[in-house]
Design a protein around this ligand. Structure first.
Ligand code: DX5
Ligand code: ZN
Length: 226
């Protein structure tokens, strides 16, 4: 895959929420492909973050797709609220969802794109039956809940396996990674088969500023990943 096909998706979890609109506008100007919105309920993960009103506000100021990463115990309960607010697609976890196919079907019935997420300890095997129904697989490269954690290199073989499954079962399905993506780890994830990079702290907490950080991430995957 050409590295120009790799999508860079800033996660706003590490943004300055007092200046969220400005910062999202800045990543859009800097060439972000989508915006990743982390929704946490303090139950599915040990942290709380943001809800539909933030999506509603962002919808007014960006044309980029708003991808909603549902780290909540009952994603079905919130889907319509987020659709009304302006979410374009949903990432829902395999873990703790006994009716994942139903959740994915509901998302599609609402006219939105659906992706499935697996945590670090979850095997790629669980994707086999749901893969034909989703547009995206997200392999967590940290345990979800917080920004700024360290990339788990042990996830690289799993990324390679998921890439092989996608080639076999669902060509064109996005393979995303989320957690600890920076200049060092982005090329490794791309080389393993990821074509969507979600990055939070490497973009929003970078001392050189947002657009410089995005340029450096892009340069890292262009120069190093082969
Ligand atoms: C973690 C979230 C991530 C997080 C990534 O639970 O799902 O999207 O914002 O942050 P970094 O890139 O700092 O690991
Ligand atoms: Zn996320």
């Amino acid at each position: 895959m050409g590295n120009d096909a790799v999508k860079l998706v800033p996660s706003i979890l590490d943004a300055d929420f007092a200046r969220l609109g400005e910062q999202v506008a800045e990543v859009e100007r800097a060439g972000a492909d989508r915006i990743h919105v982390d929704v946490m309920d303090g139950h599915f993960v040990p942290n709380i973050s943001i809800g539909a009103p933030i999506v509603q506000s962002l919808r007014r100021i960006t044309r980029l797709a708003l991808v909603t990463h549902m780290m909540v115990s009952d994603p079905d309960f919130f889907l319509e609220e987020f659709v009304d607010a302006g979410s374009d697609s949903f990432l829902v976890h395999w873990e703790g969802n006994n009716h994942l196919h139903r959740t994915v079907s509901r998302i599609k019935a609402l006219g939105k794109r659906a992706g499935v997420v697996i945590n670090p300890a979850t095997s790629a095997d669980v994707l086999e039956e749901i893969l034909p129904d989703v547009d995206q697989v997200l392999v967590m490269t940290v345990d979800p809940g917080f920004g700024g954690q360290t990339f788990l290199h042990t996830m690289l073989p799993k990324i390679r396996r998921v890439r092989q499954m996608i080639e076999r079962i669902k060509l064109g399905c996005d393979l995303a990674v989320d957690g600890g993506i920076n200049e060092e780890t982005a090329p490794l994830a791309v080389a393993a088969g990821a074509n969507v990079l979600v990055a939070g702290s490497a973009i929003f907490a970078a001392s050189e500023g947002i657009s410089a950080a995005m340029d450096r991430l892009r340069a890292a995957i262009t120069h190093k990943a082969h």
